[in-house]
Design a protein around this ligand. Structure first.
Ligand SMILES: *Cc1c(COP(=O)(O)O)cnc(C)c1O
Length: 393
């Protein structure tokens, strides 16, 4: 291979992720704008049903964004002052913040350096080094789109009586293979009590803002419906009295975390292309893997058949050098993530840099390259050529 600069030059900047919007998507939204319902209409339930079916879950609850989804999950599971919840430092801050919203305490378990996922052995160590009942919940994150083995996570937390919220924002359509050889989709409800998704434009399904919670537990489903809409119900089966058709009851303190029909219509349209998008992501990942296999100083994170490739992450010695080099060439790679416990806010809560060495070592070298379904082969080759030029240059 030569170090000659790439000859192809992309006609657009290449971010690490971006939405893919078609004419059908546009029509789905404009049709809804001309219908009777901009919000609280039929598209919400249709999106929920189709999304639940896609994952094989029983229930789905559409909400305003992934962060709202996490907040409602924490409330539905009863997070409150005095409760302690374990999550990973390598995630978006919202995975941890939701515990604080509900008054609970966040704890971190370090990552497995080959996957950057929460290391369940570290979780076990935390659980075993405290009295039973000390911790109440676990929030594993399917980081980059690589599913956490939720069967193993379930077995572990069952020994100690914890619940699980799976943050599956990176992994709609992703799966792991369980101990009986079955593919288990993220958010299927078989192992985690609740799972959450985001429809932010960089995620697989883009609606601008939007989120979803999936579960197989009817008790949690009922709580989520109440919490999403001010704690108010009109369901005759749940009312304590029913003096007339106007009547509703506020039974708990809830929020307005609804997703409007305009956006759920876009979600339904996007969901139709979810498998095609996932197939393209896996194809792009395979091409990156093949190219980087010949560049010993470029180390991609471990792959897997069920990886959903929200991100394609490499680790390099001089990450800042590569980041700046790519930026000058219109490639906007990104760092996922700055460890949550090193954020000033978490430092004020008492977390110390140095306390989670694997997460911090990973952060020092990681970089997410462009990964989105309409990235062309030529554009990807340009990214690969630029990385090669940097590491060999
Ligand atoms: C995007 C994301 C969220 C938050 O979702 P929003 O819809 O942006 O609120 C939470 N967790 C992870 C892992 C995410 O990637």
């Amino acid at each position: 291979m030569t170090n000659a600069p790439a000859t192809f030059h992309p006609t657009r900047p290449l971010p690490y992720g971006r939405q893919h919007i078609t004419e059908e998507d546009v029509k789905a939204v404009t049709d809804t704008l001309q219908s009777d319902f901009l919000t609280q209409g039929p598209k919400v339930a249709e999106f929920e049903e189709k999304f639940a079916a896609y994952l094989g879950a029983t229930y789905a609850v559409a909400v305003s964004n992934g962060t709202a989804a996490l907040h409602l999950c924490a409330l539905a599971l009863g997070v409150a002052p005095g409760q302690r919840v374990i999550t990973t430092p390598i995630t978006f801050a919202a995975s941890a913040n939701c515990v604080l919203y509900a008054g609970g305490e966040v704890h971190f378990a370090d990552i497995d350096p080959t996957t950057a996922l929460i290391d369940l052995r570290q979780v076990r160590h935390l659980l075993e080094s405290h009295p039973r009942g000390h911790f109440h919940g676990l929030i594993p994150v399917d980081f980059a789109g690589l599913p956490v083995n939720m069967e193993e996570a379930r077995r572990l937390v069952d020994e100690f009586g914890l619940w699980i919220i799976e943050d599956a924002c990176h992994a709609p359509g992703g799966f792991f293979v369980d101990s009986e050889g079955n593919e288990q989709r993220c958010g299927s409800g078989h192992f985690a009590d609740l799972a959450i998704f985001s429809f932010h434009p960089v995620k697989h399904i883009a609606t601008g803002e939007g989120g979803m919670i999936t579960t197989n537990r009817p008790d949690l489903y009922e709580k989520l419906l109440l919490l999403r809409t001010h704690g108010i119900t009109k369901n005759p089966d749940l009312l304590r009295q029913n003096p007339g058709g106007w009547y509703y009851e506020m039974q708990t303190l809830g929020y307005n975390y609804r997703m409007p029909d305009m956006l759920t219509a876009l979600g339904i349209s996007q969901l139709r292309r979810a498998d095609a998008g996932l197939a393209r992501r896996r194809q792009l990942a395979a091409s990156y893997d093949a190219a980087f296999a010949e560049m010993p100083t470029v180390r991609p994170l471990a792959g897997a058949a069920g990886h959903a490739y929200h991100l394609y992450v490499i680790q390099v010695e001089d990450r800042k050098g590569l980041y700046d080099f790519l930026r000058e060439r219109q490639i906007f790679a990104q760092v996922h993530y700055i460890p949550v416990h090193t954020m000033p806010y978490y430092q004020e809560l008492g977390w110390k840099t140095g306390s989670l060495p694997r997460a911090e070592a990973y952060y020092a070298h990681c970089l997410s390259l462009p990964m989105f379904p309409d990235l062309t082969d030529e554009e990807q080759q340009y990214v690969i050529d630029c990385v090669r030029e940097f590491v060999q240059g």
